[in-house]
Design a protein around this ligand. Structure first.
Ligand SMILES: [Zn+2]
Length: 336
C-alpha cells in the first residue's frame, strides 16, 4: 500500500470520530451553586401590602420547594414593622422555615458598614436577630449565617477585620457571593410594569434579566478559572421580589443548561476557595471572585454590560428608596 491513502484514511477516521465525539464535548461541565435570597420578607416590602408579600412569598417558595432547590433567605427585620401588619409579615417570614428553608441575618435596617460606622452597624446586626432567632428556635434551628448589606465589607482593612471578628464572636459564618446579576434592578422595573399591567414590558424585562444572568454566569465561570484555578462551588445572590416569584423557574433552567446542580450554602462553603486570601477593601461592595482577584493584584475585566435602558427606567421611577442606593449619575448603581 502507498503511504498516502493510509494517511488519508487516518485523517478521515480522526474527523469521523471527533464528529461523533462532538455532542459529548459540548456537554457543560458539572457545576454546583448555592442559591441565596436577600432582603426578606421582600425587597420592596415598604411599598407592598402584607397580602402581596404573602402571595409573593408563597409563589417563590412553592417553585423552590417543588424543584428541590435549597435556599438561605437573609432578613431585614425592619421590614416587618408596618402598623397593623406585623403578624402577617412575621408569618410570611416563618413560611420560609415551614417550607424547609433557612434564614440568616442581613441586619435590621439594611445598613451599609461603609456608611454608618462600625459601632452603629454592629448594633444593626444585633437588632436584626430578635424575630429571626425566635422563628428559627421554633424550628429547632440556630441563626448561623450573615450577609453584608450592599456587600459592603468595610472601607479599610481594620474595620473589615473588626466586623468579621464581631460576627464570628456572635456565632455567624459570613455568606459570601460569587454570582450576582443585579436582579434587584430588574425587579423594581418589573414590579412597576406589573402594577400597570404592562405585559409587553414585563416580557422584555424577563428576557433581558435571563440573558444578562446567563452572561454573568459565563463571565464568572471564566474569571473563576483564571483567579481560583478552577470553578468553585458558586453562591448566587438573588432578592425576594415579584420578578423572582414569577420567573425564578426560568432562571433555574438557565443554570441547569450551564450544568449546575443546586447545593446547600453549607456545602458550597466547604469549598477551599472560600478560605483564599481576601484583603479587599473599597467604597463599593462586590462579589468574592473580584475580592480574590484584587487581593492577587489583578483587576477583573470584560464583565458584561448591564442593560442601560433598565437603569434609565429605574431612575425614572425613582427606585432608589428602601433597599436600593441611589443610582450614580456616571455609572451603574451599586449592587446590593
Ligand atoms: Zn440586601
Amino acid at each position: 500500500m502507498k503511504p498516502l491513502p493510509i494517511l488519508a484514511a487516518v485523517v478521515c477516521a480522526f474527523f469521523l470520530l471527533s464528529s461523533f465525539a462532538t455532542p459529548q464535548a459540548t456537554k457543560p461541565p458539572d457545576r454546583q451553586v448555592a442559591v441565596t435570597i436577600d432582603d426578606l420578607p421582600a425587597g420592596m416590602a415598604d411599598r407592598l401590602p402584607a397580602a402581596d408579600v404573602t402571595a409573593m412569598t408563597t409563589k417563590l417558595l412553592t417553585t423552590l420547594r417543588d424543584q428541590k432547590v435549597p435556599v438561605v433567605g437573609f432578613v431585614n427585620e425592619k421590614k416587618l414593622y408596618k402598623a397593623g401588619e406585623v403578624d402577617e409579615r412575621i408569618k410570611a417570614l416563618d413560611m420560609w422555615l415551614d417550607y424547609g428553608f433557612e434564614l440568616g441575618n442581613h441586619t435590621f435596617s439594611h445598613a451599609s458598614l461603609n456608611q454608618v460606622g462600625l459601632r452603629a452597624w454592629e448594633d444593626d446586626v444585633i437588632q436584626g436577630e430578635s424575630v429571626t432567632k425566635l422563628l428559627l428556635a421554633q424550628h429547632k434551628m440556630k441563626l448561623r449565617y450573615f450577609r453584608h448589606p450592599y456587600l459592603d465589607t468595610g472601607r479599610d482593612l481594620e474595620t473589615r477585620r473588626e466586623a468579621e471578628a464581631f460576627l464570628v464572636e456572635r456565632g455567624y459564618r459570613i455568606a459570601p457571593i460569587t454570582l450576582d446579576g443585579w436582579d434587584w434592578m430588574f425587579a423594581g422595573v418589573y414590579e412597576d410594569a406589573k402594577k400597570r399591567n404592562d405585559t409587553a414590558l414585563q416580557q422584555q424585562i424577563v428576557k433581558e434579566y435571563l440573558a444578562y444572568h446567563d452572561a454573568v454566569f459565563a463571565y464568572c465561570e471564566q474569571l473563576s478559572a483564571r483567579i481560583v484555578g478552577y470553578e468553585p462551588k458558586q453562591i448566587l445572590l438573588l432578592h425576594a421580589s415579584s420578578l423572582e416569584a414569577d420567573h425564578i423557574g426560568e432562571l433555574l433552567d438557565v443554570l441547569r443548561k450551564r450544568g449546575y446542580s443546586f447545593i446547600t450554602l453549607h456545602d458550597a462553603l466547604s469549598d477551599s476557595a472560600y478560605s483564599l486570601p481576601d484583603t479587599y477593601v473599597g467604597e463599593e461592595g462586590t462579589g468574592w471572585i473580584e475580592h480574590w482577584a484584587i487581593s492577587q493584584g489583578r483587576i477583573p475585566q470584560g464583565e458584561p454590560i448591564f442593560p442601560q435602558w433598565v437603569i434609565d427606567r429605574a431612575k425614572q421611577l425613582h427606585l432608589s428608596t428602601g433597599t436600593v442606593p441611589p443610582p450614580t449619575p456616571d455609572g451603574p448603581p451599586t449592587p446590593q
